[in-house]
Design a protein around this ligand. Sequence first.
Ligand SMILES: [Ca+2]
Length: 250
Amino acid sequence: MEKLESQFLQDKQERNTAMIDVLQHLTAIKNETTFGFEDMRGEFRSLFEAYDEKVSVYKTQVDNITTHLATSEEEINNRIIKTMEELERVQSEQEERLDTCRSEVNSLRTHITNLETPIIRLVNMSQQWPVPPSTCAATQVLTAASGSIAVVEAGKYDNNIDCEWIINLPAGNKILLKWIYIDMEIKDNCPYDYVTVKNLNTNQLEYGNTMCGPLLPNNLLIESNRIRIAFHSDGSNTGRGFELHYLGTE
Ligand SMILES: [Ca+2]
């Protein structure tokens, strides 16, 4: 009986010891696990904080880029609008210039056409001129629509002569002059022998001055129905004088 009791007590003690061991072991596991959780928590917290910081940086960058893009878009739009306005202005200017050029070309064309017809008629008439020229006399008034004027028909003119031809056509006519030849004593400003053409409506000298020498004056359409052609020679040196054809044109 004593032996059984002793055996029972020994077993009980051994069980207690084993239980204490198990409890200690469990406590150690619990402690380790707790520490582990705390470490993990700390790590997660750091990770979240770093993540938040990065997100904040990215967000700022995205905001900057968005603002920049909006500004750039506005600038680009403004530039496009300005460029379009400039293009429209240039186009408008060019159209205006083109209109002016067209108008000038048209008026020039009209002017040429107006001049062309009487010149062609006069050239045709000159080629088969039937009328002998009116030669030098004190004063001759010519009212025919066309005619020929010469100081002399042939040879040389005399010294000390003055002659004038007044061409008097109906109002509204213009007078076209075509020079055939000119040959008279030459000197600067033509003080000795000379011919002049005066517009009797304006009292202005056509060609600007007296003419002499051998240089053929340009053909001229005078905007007047009345002109005076005058010739003068001094006391020495003569020539063939001049010949011209005239044509009245409306
Ligand atoms: Ca002379």
